[in-house]
Design a protein around this ligand. Sequence first.
Ligand SMILES: C[S@@+](CC[C@H](N)C(=O)[O-])C[C@H]1O[C@@H](n2cnc3c(N)ncnc32)[C@H](O)[C@@H]1O
Length: 280
Amino acid sequence: MNYRHAYHAGGYTDAVKHAVLALLIERLKEKDAPFCVLDTHAGLGRYDLLSPEAQKTGEFRHGIARLLVAPALPAALAPYLAVVRVMNSGLAAPRWYPGSPRLALDLMRADDRLALVELHPGDAQTLAAAFAGDKRVKVHQSDGYVALKAFLPPPERRGLVLIDPPFEAKDEFARIVRGLGHAHRRWATGQYMVWYPIKHRAPVKAFHAALAASGIPRILVAELLVRYDDDAERLNGCGIVLVNPPWRMAEILSPLFDELLRLFDARIHGRTRVEILVPE
Ligand SMILES: C[S@@+](CC[C@H](N)C(=O)[O-])C[C@H]1O[C@@H](n2cnc3c(N)ncnc32)[C@H](O)[C@@H]1O
């Protein structure tokens, strides 16, 4: 386990992921009934953009830092950016960036519940300390794919599962498809969000084909590429898979991703793609 998210926190791929996550949580809040968020690869919860790791790559400068100073922003970014702004209120320059646990929790209500799974023992400890005393949160030092079997369906029978692995393992796409299959058999009505990196198109194409062949219906795919997807050694963009997406999500994500491409100044070589991979 060498992957450390601190190097990438707040980069453009985090911004894409967290903007969508915030939108999904806002949609869950449209009904009064409590919901559960299961974050299978939770990371640290909060990142310091002044840390040596974040400063070394400077990835946040091309992501969240651009969004925070942009003059005109789409309304769909509001819930995500509101959390980042509150975390940094009173500071001359942004320093703190929310990981998925902090973002989810800041948007959730008093009766909603957050289950965090993180395999790295130190990170799991940091998470547990950060959220100690908040009865809504439970931290598990465990394998996220095991959690997909152990914790589903949640008692609330409403909610969202975020699957955001580090992609260190060569078979991560296959693990995701297997994990989604197990999870969907246990809880077919849950929402699932998977984040994935795009380097070369070939493995992504195989991933989509495996999803389409999995028998899971209602799958939406949304991608943002800042460069051509023809180089297996370089991160060229990222994608999101949504199973059971909320009503009209494609119509919301399509203009949002186009706008993000503009905000990241990547329109020349970049492109976006939002489409239904598997219908009802
Ligand atoms: C991309 S980061 C997560 C970032 C986080 N979801 C966010 O958006 O802020 C992936 C995390 O998964 C953890 N991890 C790696 N393998 C895991 C596994 N099998 N189960 C759970 N966590 C794992 C890593 O330690 C790392 O913190």
